[in-house]
Design a protein around this ligand. Structure first.
Ligand code: UT7
Length: 332
């Protein structure tokens, strides 16, 4: 891409997931469902769940520390930490806790919320600071603990989600490895997927009423979100490829938000991308929201499946509604 300052490279990755896992058979003891139904409709077989003492900051910090080490940096080299999450430990922001946990005392840190698109939105946001020459070393984390907000009596949603964190390090680089992107939002369809605040009228004084309440569990129209994803994700990837001046044949790996294996398959088919190029680990983790892309990326990087110079088409999609794609090459 054209820019005034430096190019970017993604030079490190890391991930973390809680130890406790819940498989489909165990889930069948909580709601009326079955391993057969969940596997056939989603491809998910188990998910990791944070225990009651587990925090988002712990998972995010662990993932970030691994990514910093892989990049060959120390915490003091980091200029900026962006934490993409919809499930903060603190509504005022959790990135500061991650900064403190890492000892990244030079870094400025903030949260970014774009649900399951959070990692892709964060990747583009973080890249701007490097492109303009303002920062050189950035940690981007996608982390969510959706188990806190799932309605565990709703079998249409509770089967889908899991908890995890993934992180990458972005560095200023001579060559720009972020080749193209496209981000989209459509708030008119916000009602299809919510974790909404529900105010309760509280009277402070005569004639002065404020709304104090809490958040409702996740509600979702699964069929509409499915339709949206299968239609919009191929479109946005094609747009990002166009901006990168690349054809679909240049894509080595398709790395989608890990929502549902049927969505992954349908998007790959529409784009004419071979199944062996589709990265998938949702069978073991479920949908981990903002964490799913960096979690899957870290796995294939550490396995040696994805190598420096490989071209990756990534896309996130979800609540907002939000969706976005980025085309990048792994490594310097
Ligand atoms: O990050 C983005 C987050 N969201 C998504 O990615 C969600 C996208 N949507 C989906 O993945 C799918 O819509 C689901 C997996 C959520 C649902 O699959 P579906 O094929 O769209 O199923 P459905 O909602 O059309 O339900 C089919 C049947 C219904 O029964 P009837 O009305 O046909 O008798 C449901 O009541 O399956 C029933 N059902 C279940 N049965 C067993 C719904 N959930 C379950 C369940 N176990 N967990």
């Amino acid at each position: 891409m054209k820019h005034a300052g430096a190019g970017i490279a993604i030079t490190g990755s890391g991930s973390a997931a809680p130890v406790a896992s819940l498989d489909n058979d165990q889930l069948s003891q909580i709601v009326e469902t079955s391993d057969e139904w969940i596997t056939a409709r989603t491809g998910i077989r188990q998910r990791r769940l944070a225990n009651s003492g587990g925090t988002l900051a712990q998972l995010a910090t662990q993932a970030a520390a691994q990514a910093i080490a892989m990049a060959g940096l120390t915490a003091l080299d980091i200029d900026l930490i962006v934490l993409a999450t919809s499930t903060p430990d603190d509504l005022f922001g959790t990135a500061g806790l991650v900064q403190a946990g890492l000892g990244a005392s030079r870094a400025v840190a903030f949260d970014l919320t774009a649900a399951c698109s959070g990692f892709v939105f964060g990747l583009v946001t973080a890249s701007q600071f490097i492109h303009t020459g303002v920062y050189r070393n950035v940690v981007l984390i996608g982390a969510d603990v959706l188990s806190r907000w799932v309605d565990w009596s709703d079998r249409r949603t509770c089967i889908l989600f899991g908890d995890a964190a993934g992180a990458v390090v972005l560095q200023a680089n001579e060559r720009d490895r972020l080749l193209g992107f496209e981000l989209r939002s459509d708030g008119t369809q916000n009602h299809y997927l919510n974790l909404a605040y529900q105010p309760q009228a509280t009277s402070l004084l005569d004639g002065l009423e404020i709304g104090q309440g809490s958040f409702h569990p996740i509600t979702m129209n699964g069929q509409e979100v499915y339709r949206f994803a299968v239609r919009r994700v191929p479109e946005v990837i094609e747009k990002a490829l166009f901006r990168a001046n690349l054809g679909v044949e240049a894509v080595d790996w398709l790395l989608l938000h890990q929502a549902n294996q049927r969505i992954l398959d349908a998007v790959a088919q529409r784009l004419n991308i071979a199944p062996e190029k589709v990265i998938s680990n949702l069978a073991r983790y479920g949908n981990t929201s903002a964490a799913s892309i960096p979690l899957a990326l870290d796995e294939v990087v550490r396995q040696g499946t994805v190598n420096p110079g490989d071209t990756i088409a990534t896309a996130g999609f979800g609540a907002g509604l939000t969706w976005g794609a980025a085309i990048f090459q792994w490594g310097r």
